[in-house]
Design a protein around this ligand. Sequence first.
Ligand SMILES: Cc1cc2nc3c(=O)[nH]c(=O)nc-3n(C[C@H](O)[C@H](O)[C@H](O)COP(=O)(O)OP(=O)(O)OC[C@H]3O[C@@H](n4cnc5c(N)ncnc54)[C@H](O)[C@@H]3O)c2cc1C
Length: 511
Amino acid sequence: MSDPVGIIGGGLGGLAAACTLAARGHKVVLFEKNEWLGGKAAVHEEAGFRFDMGPTILTVPSVLERIFAEAGERMSDHLDMRRLDPQWRCFFEDGSVLDLDQEVSAMALRLKGYAPGSADGYERFIAMSEKLNEVSRKFFFWRSVEDIGDTLDIKKNTDLDTLRDVLSLRMGSTVARQIRKRVPDPRVAQMLDHFTQYVGSSPYLSPAVLCGIAHMQTDEGVWYPIGGTRAVPEALTALAERLGVEFRTNTDIARIAMRGGRASGIETTRGETVPLSAVVSNMDSVRTYRELLGGSAEARTFDKRWRKREPACSGVVFYLGLDRGYDQLLHHDFVFSRDAEEEFDHIYRKGGLAPDPTCYIAAPSVTEPGVAPPGGEALYILVHTPYLRPHHDWNEMLPRYRKVIFDKLARTAGMRGLEDRIRCERVLTPVDIHNRYRVLDGAIYGLASHGRFNGAFKPGNRSRELPGLYLAGGAAHPGAGMPMVMMSGWIAADSLDGDRRSNSGELRRSA
Ligand SMILES: Cc1cc2nc3c(=O)[nH]c(=O)nc-3n(C[C@H](O)[C@H](O)[C@H](O)COP(=O)(O)OP(=O)(O)OC[C@H]3O[C@@H](n4cnc5c(N)ncnc54)[C@H](O)[C@@H]3O)c2cc1C
């Protein structure tokens, strides 16, 4: 009997990899340094309020469905999913309010009343986004990709269709430019910009292919599982348990062992060694090489290739238990900054706090009243901030920024008297995010997707440096966000499974 496969980290990427591997017959042991599983998809309960601490917007449920299908099960038997439509409510500095409908024609009709010159442009933008999404599905998703050579063999694929696909990527252009070419109204453009916030990157620095995110949301919708997004890692943990995965929580991994040029096991911080047939790391990819393989030739090669890539943005989150909710809020709300360019310039170029930030709000009692005592709200406020720099002192920055944020909510979304409604309050700063989830410089969404040509690429799921090592999570291909990290876990597992089968002479299972 060969050694089990080991997974370092029980975030959504690690859990998805564990389920997929176990469903395909591998013996799996998962090591997680925290006492809970799910990583950033954590929960906080206090005084009758329940808060999802990390992700709140769930899109592209087909990825989760595919993971359940690996085990011959149906997602709908384990998660009570509710579609949210309108998907978000947007509050703008000029006092206007705009809801985002899932149906493209309904949204265009809404825009005819709100910003007539941008209604057609919105439809054209979504049509382009659909095309980009199609190209991504063809060349980029559901397989390990690290650079353009992994997606396209330019010499072999010179047929017209492929060339058309390549041209449609609009290489060299940015998300912000593509939006503004079609949508002249600055408020509607700002709303569309925010799809790149799902991957913690600036629309002014991200490649045009990221416009594809918008269509993922209009196509499959925005969903809320009853029980909160926390229900997703709980359902995956239960699936993994049914499939026989062994969980070892409170187990911090200090090293990946190598033998014969392969990953051969792990060593815990308590000095225990565990021999493994292969390792999937759900830890941040850069920190995996730096810390678990530090000093090795493999780590140096990886570092050389990826050291220019910056972390994605970080953020500050307030969890406020309110005794009275705000009627003007939908489940998901964006309270937009006065100036998109100024905001992104501060966060992504200057490395400072946006003077007038965009605040994302979740008011989940709109869908699930049980998250708060009657009439109350488990309010969640997320503001993106730069990743951690040496001069950031969050003890000093937090009280001042809290005031900026509360003033902004009162002015732009009419949320007056917030202080008076608070019954309990917790906060998560970039420093907390850094320590709890062991990410790169407090980054929420792995590596930033900046770079007009290569921004969409991340370290591939099958390590090029070390055979037997696979990467899953937001700092690996295809990137961050709940659906993408679960896809990442699936790809890491599928690559490992395929390698194992081809090495043992078994036929590779088709994906
Ligand atoms: C505040 C916030 C809001 C967000 N909002 C959304 C949203 O609305 N929609 C959305 O789709 N996404 C959102 N995201 C992003 C999404 O949560 C992440 O992309 C995703 O959950 C990351 O999953 P992961 O598997 O990459 O890693 P993580 O969740 O970071 O899990 C990695 C795990 O590995 C463990 N680990 C690391 N190193 C070791 C080690 N050496 N030994 C043992 N264990 C280790 C960590 O403890 C952690 O549990 C949000 C994230 C945050 C923080």
